[in-house]
Design a protein around this ligand. Structure first.
Ligand code: FE2
Ligand code: FE2
Length: 237
């Protein structure tokens, strides 16, 4: 059976830092990358689970604070709030995809808990004080995410990681045919990250008053919105 999953052009790109705040964002990203490389090495499945729990935070923080600013200033948000909420949901769906494949160890669960506290609070205040730097930081995080998923694909291609059937949650969210393999889903996820990368660099440029062209943002793979997907989470049996 031949599957027709759209191929995406996700050649990695890098935003050259302009000024101190960009260099701060890049340096912070490189330091965090070093920690991730040291902790996970080539365990890309578990790496994806832990890092997606972090990646899903900035969009929601940015959406919340942009929403509050729009209320205070009584001005239009220019579509930023929905875009950032969709980014948070998209990252959470990456997490739902990988959690259907692998389970984190107890140590990873502890790391997730601690990192979420520090990262949520830290990123909240960074966004409050310096939203441009916050978006630049996410842009650099996403550059690294594109690279990590490229390395994950290389592990699969080299036969060091099994290319299993993609989980149902991924088929549903990206509207993929039965029989789609994990490799194709990782390609789509990498394209999502490239879209987040360009969107956040675009937003940072915008806030810095630099010329920014949204047409140059890598297009996002089509996915459904989860807003009509409500189920009762804690029903009494
Ligand atoms: Fe992600
Ligand atoms: Fe991302």
């Amino acid at each position: 059976m031949t599957l027709t999953v759209k191929k995406f052009d996700t050649t990695s790109s890098h935003y050259d830092p302009q000024g101190f705040s960009d260099r701060f964002a890049l340096k912070t990203t490189k330091i965090l990358r070093w920690f991730a490389d040291t902790f996970f090495a080539k365990r890309y499945g578990n790496r994806a689970i832990v890092l997606e729990t972090v990646a899903a935070v900035p969009g929601m923080v940015g959406a919340t604070l942009t929403h509050l600013r729009a209320l205070r200033r009584m001005e239009d948000d220019g579509g930023w709030i929905r875009t950032l909420m969709d980014e948070a949901e998209n990252e959470r769906m990456h997490l739902m995809t990988f959690i259907a494949i692998a389970q984190p160890s107890w140590l990873e669960r502890v790391v997730i808990l601690i990192v979420q506290w520090f990262f949520y609070i830290g990123f909240f205040f960074l966004y409050l004080i310096a939203p441009k730097t916050a978006h630049r930081l996410v842009g650099y995080f996403e550059e690294e995410a594109v690279l990590s998923y490229t390395l994950y694909l290389e592990e699969i291609d080299a036969g060091r990681h099994p290319n299993i059937l993609a989980p149902d949650v991924a088929l549903h969210y990206w509207d993929l045919p039965q029989g789609t393999m994990l490799r194709e889903v990782i390609e789509i996820i990498r394209a999502d990250e490239a879209h987040h990368r360009d969107t956040n660099h675009y937003m940072a440029d915008n806030l810095a008053g630099l010329e920014a062209d949204y047409a140059k943002v890598a297009s996002a793979p089509l996915h459904i919105s989860m807003d009509n997907h409500i189920v009762i989470k804690h029903s009494k049996q």
